[in-house]
Ligand binder design. Sequence first.
Ligand code: ZN
Ligand code: ZN
Length: 303
Amino acid sequence: MTKFKSFLLLGILICSISCSKSSSDDDADNTTAQVDKSANLLATGDSANDILSNDNFDKLLIEIAYVTGFEPTETAMTQFTDYLKEHTFKEEIELVYNELPSPSEDELTLQEIADLETSNRTVFNSGSTLAIYIYFADAPAEGDDLDGGLVTLGAVYRNTSMIIHEVTVRELASLSASINVSDVETTTLNHEFGHLFGLVDLGTDMVNDHQSQSENEDGQLVDDNHCNQAGCLMRAELQFGGSSGKSLYTNSVTQYEDGIKSGCTLSGATVLSLLQQNTAKGAATAGLDTECLLDIRANGGRQ
Ligand SMILES: [Zn+2]
Ligand SMILES: [Zn+2]
């Protein structure tokens, strides 16, 4: 009985702490105002050299913010950190897990994702530590069409920020017997992180031109910050869909109303295609091709 009472008391205490926290946003703003967040609010690719080389930062601190029940697999996180160690000079990579309640949204716009980061992100650059924030969401991206095969698995929208639509990753993996969740997670994480490395021509200059082009809304062919080399992780696939039969480039660079810009929204079709090609070759996940490797090496990367 006493045990029960103390649990009850603890419950009330926790509730009153969290309630008072949420009702005093001004206080929270004042306490976090001392943290300099400006270095983590730049555009995708702006920190490419700082991520790749050890000139200014020698440690990566990566916050894995995930909605309860949508934690990424351990296998994917191991493959992801191996990929970072392979291509950057960072020897020290620390992951911190931050479990979050569901925002209870049916779908998320990039602006909502950026707003969630503002409320939830706890890691920022400090000293020689470069901080990255990755949010694993329980909601799909706005405008997904799973039946039509047009889904967004992940996106980058700032120099150290990324979203993975974990709910969509799992749904997509469940559609194929030969592809598992961790393969889709790893491919999505590594592709999106490729953009934080500045690929392709997104903060890291190209040694040789290997950028692919796609149609914009006006039907003009424009550079699309992806790679045109076969089998490369940074390649994007053209998708044909919609009732008009018009080609839809689903890995798009999109400008949002208030300036939040996505460097890439990665489509499910691209990832499935990459994984299917690699499964055929006997490898689980796709890697960077020679051209992408040349670019990151020229900008301070390992290879
Ligand atoms: Zn991309
Ligand atoms: Zn490439």
